[in-house]
Design a protein around this ligand. Structure first.
Ligand code: HEC
Ligand code: HEC
Length: 201
């Protein structure tokens, strides 16, 4: 689908959802909130919460989408067409996205309301502590890690992130790659249950 068509569809699919936008939001943030939820706290489980992540991380992801360094997944719902983040990122100037990202970074990350399996979560905690905690500190809950927030992120989004990493579609940091590539499916599931059981302070 052409970018123009994607954006055209978006305006009609998403704007009715975007009623609750705070007055301080910079231009363009309303479009983001239509999918990423009010203040960037997502109410759709395949769409990540972006509230409270560092502006550095958010800027880096927008730039990666813009330059084609981050893969844009196939569409999953009519409101979320294929390649949508890439199409949106390509429309933003660096001044626009840095203002938008600063705004979302200043919002409060709120853990997704979802269930988890306590047994798997405790197995996941052990893997996390030995393989991931060096970079994703405090259970992956710290924005200043500049690595996204894993604690309390939607499980279906994380599932998709692992799948994109392990299939090689999404590029990852050199030192994270061997650790992710080595994970078996049951270990990935355990990690996802662990992150679902955690939430940022
Ligand atoms: C039509 C729905 C939609 C709209 C509108 C939208 N996004 Fe997204 N966004 C998504 C989806 C779906 C993903 C997950 C894609 C993926 O897995 O790469 C995503 C991912 C992201 C990520 C990566 C988050 C992470 O944890 O790595 C950032 C950052 C982001 N969007 C920022 C924005 C900003 C800023 C805007 C507004 C300018 C915006 N998005 C508008 C659907 C949307
Ligand atoms: C050497 C540091 C490092 C290690 C070790 C590491 N990560 Fe990461 N991780 C990062 C960075 C940096 C990012 C942001 C990547 C980017 O900019 O695309 C990230 C991103 C992620 C994301 C995507 C977050 C999002 O919002 O989309 C997931 C999921 C993740 N890491 C899981 C893990 C797991 C699980 C482990 C352990 C098995 C691990 N990481 C080990 C540094 C690390």
């Amino acid at each position: 689908m052409r970018n123009d068509t994607v954006l055209f569809l978006l305006l009609f699919a998403c704007l009715p959802l975007a009623g609750r936008v705070s007055a301080a939001a910079p231009p363009g943030a309303q479009l983001c909130e239509a999918c990423h939820g009010p203040n960037g706290v997502s109410i759709q489980k395949t769409i990540p919460t972006i509230a409270g992540m560092s502006a550095f991380y958010l800027d880096g992801q927008i730039l990666a989408y813009q330059k084609g360094r981050r893969y844009c997944p196939e569409g999953k719902t009519p409101a979320e067409p294929a390649g949508v983040m890439c199409a949106i990122a390509k429309r933003l100037s660096s001044a626009e996205y840095s203002a938008i990202d600063k705004y979302f970074a200043a919002q409060k990350f709120t853990a997704a309301k979802q269930s988890w399996d306590p047994k798997l979560a405790s197995a996941g905690k052990q893997i996390h502590e030995s393989e991931c905690a060096r970079c994703h500190t405090n259970g992956g809950s710290v924005a200043d890690d500049d690595a996204g927030i894993l604690a309390g992120q939607w499980s279906p989004y994380l599932q998709q992130a692992f799948q994109e990493y392990q299939s090689g579609n999404r590029v990852m940091p050199d030192q994270m790659k061997p650790k992710i590539d080595a994970l078996r499916t049951d270990q990935v599931n355990a990690l996802i249950q662990y992150y679902a059981s955690e939430s940022p302070p």
